[in-house]
Design a protein around this ligand. Structure first.
Ligand SMILES: O=C(O)CCC(=O)C(=O)O
Length: 274
């Protein structure tokens, strides 16, 4: 997959880009086959909702050989390199599992403030690729973005007095449906009036590429259909993390800054288990 000038322009102006059929049905089912075992593991990589269902699995590239390869496939590296204008490395990977009827929301936020304040990331030269593993519809909690807001820098946020669950560090609250830094409502209202909201829907295999500073959120899943997405965050190698007082674990904030070397697009070849 080659990025065209018009795709690059759309990303620069809007802060996001939709790419239909970036992954095939076969590739998506192969990815989904990895989930049951990952979801069953009782490690800090697996984050639960209040009701005990799995909300997210982090650090996939650290714990599973398929994901270690997948994050480096040529089509993804080409996108990240051309939009960030440099070589890239992984900052974070996760699957968000918004389960039918129960999956909880993600409040309005920007990602970069977390990576800046928690992890020491200098500037927002960072993007995420969200790959749809289920069909994402209007009803199962699509990601909402406010176009153009990536250009505003870090805006005023409402810092909540969050505490970690069961004595865990405070940052763990932001892995749950209680984010620490959410965007002020007056700022949201102003930008909503100017730019509206785009809801990212599409077939499995569609990808949404979004800038680290774009305003985004998603609603609870009230539908009978799961909404599972894989999110890979690429950072520029010219924007590596600085020292912070308390580093988060590597599955939340990777500190291996080695540039990713692309591997052939056919990651299915490493395990023909379908
Ligand atoms: O999965 C979602 O709907 C939201 C994810 C998100 O906002 C994030 O990872 O920052």
């Amino acid at each position: 997959m080659k990025m065209t000038k018009s795709m690059e322009t759309a990303f620069r102006e809007d802060g996001y880009l939709m790419l239909e059929s970036l992954f095939s049905e076969e590739e998506v089912s192969f990815i989904l086959h990895q989930l049951p075992i990952l979801m069953a593991s009782e490690t800090p990589h697996v984050v639960k909702e209040k009701n005990g269902q799995v909300r997210s699995i982090y650090g996939l590239h650290e714990i599973n050989v398929i994901f270690e390869e997948l994050v480096r496939v040529e089509r993804l590296i080409n996108i990240a390199r051309s939009l960030l204008n440099s070589d890239v490395y992984i900052h974070q990977t996760k699957i968000n599992i918004k389960q039918a009827f129960d999956g909880e929301w993600w409040e309005w936020h920007q990602d970069f403030p977390y990576w800046h304040l928690y992890d020491g990331m200098p500037v927002p030269r960072v993007l995420s690729v969200m790959i749809f593993l289920d069909e994402v519809t209007d009803f199962n909690g699509p990601l909402y973005v406010i176009p153009g807001t990536h250009e505003l820098g870090m805006v005023d946020f409402e810092k909540k007095a969050t505490v970690g669950i069961d004595g865990a560090p405070a940052y763990t609250s932001s892995l749950s449906a209680n984010l620490e830094y959410t965007i002020e409502r007056k700022v949201l209202s102003q930008w909503f009036r100017q730019r509206g909201i785009f809801a990212a829907t599409g077939k499995p295999g569609t990808a949404l590429v979004f800038h680290g500073n774009i305003f985004h959120a998603s609603n609870c899943n009230l539908s009978p259909l799961d909404r599972r997405v894989l999110i890979i965050t690429y950072n520029s190698i010219e924007n590596t993390l600085t020292t912070v007082e308390k580093e988060r674990p590597t599955f939340l904030s990777n500190r291996n800054f080695t540039p990713l070397l692309p591997v052939p697009d056919n990651f299915l070849r490493i395990g023909n288990t379908l």
